[in-house]
Design a protein around this ligand. Structure first.
Ligand SMILES: [Zn+2]
Ligand SMILES: [Zn+2]
Length: 228
């Protein structure tokens, strides 16, 4: 009961925010008010869980866009390793080759996160494939370390590619794997502002950019350019 009223509240908020567009407002209301029927009515070949997750993600991104001040950033204690190792080894799942990377290099950072990235991708409500061959000295076609992702737009299934090639990208990648909707975000060490609309905007832009194609982002009213 509590959950339903909360959902309805979110739907109402979103409804008001997009009331200038009746078509999208209607779609929004049905998706949020009757989750079960919404998922069973999905296109063939799409699992109900995924469809539900996708709607959840869209709703979450919309409310983050419309009410960025509702997201709180909390700083968490981070323990830095006193003496991190100099290198980190990467075993290529494709060819079995071992490649040694500098621990603190971009490649090293990717290697340290690769297991959690592999584990998290299948749980996302949209299909995203990972090409990690750039981390393997044998399979790599380029000098630059990068994780290359191919997403299938959660609305129209158009494929598009994007990549993670530095430490900042890797931080953003973490946003994709949050369990949406989120209200509190652990912001690492330091005393950043509790509210950070600019950061919420960056999150919405990054996460929607990984999960939906530019056309659908606009249709979902998740793009910022159109804002007055
Ligand atoms: Zn390889
Ligand atoms: Zn699309």
């Amino acid at each position: 009961m509590k959950k339903t009223s909360k959902l309805a509240g979110v739907a109402m908020a979103t409804l008001m925010a997009v009331s200038n567009s009746p078509a999208i407002a209607g779609e929004q209301a049905s998706g949020a008010s009757c989750d079960d029927t919404a998922s069973s009515g999905e296109a063939v070949g799409v699992s109900g869980d995924r469809a539900l997750g996708r709607q959840k993600l869209i709703d979450a991104l919309k409310s983050m866009k419309n009410e960025p001040e509702k997201i709180e950033f909390h700083s968490a204690m981070c323990y830095k390793m006193a003496m991190p190792p100099a290198t980190v080894d990467y075993t290529c799942p494709g060819c079995g080759n071992n490649t040694t990377h500098q621990y603190s290099s971009a490649a090293g950072e990717m290697v340290r996160q690769i297991a959690s990235v592999r584990r998290s991708l299948p749980n996302l409500p949209v299909k995203i494939a990972l090409d990690e061959t750039a981390l393997c000295s044998k399979c790599s076609k380029s000098e630059r370390a990068a994780l290359v992702f191919t997403s299938e737009c959660g609305i129209c299934s158009t494929s598009f590619t994007w990549k993670t090639s530095n430490s900042n990208d890797l931080d953003q990648l973490g946003w994709l794997f949050l369990d949406y909707p989120v209200t509190v975000i652990n912001d690492g060490p330091g005393n950043g502002p509790l509210q950070n609309p600019d950061k919420v905007k960056a999150m919405v832009e990054f996460v929607s950019g990984c999960t939906f194609c530019p056309k659908c982002i606009e249709k979902l009213q998740l793009s910022y350019e159109k804002q007055p």
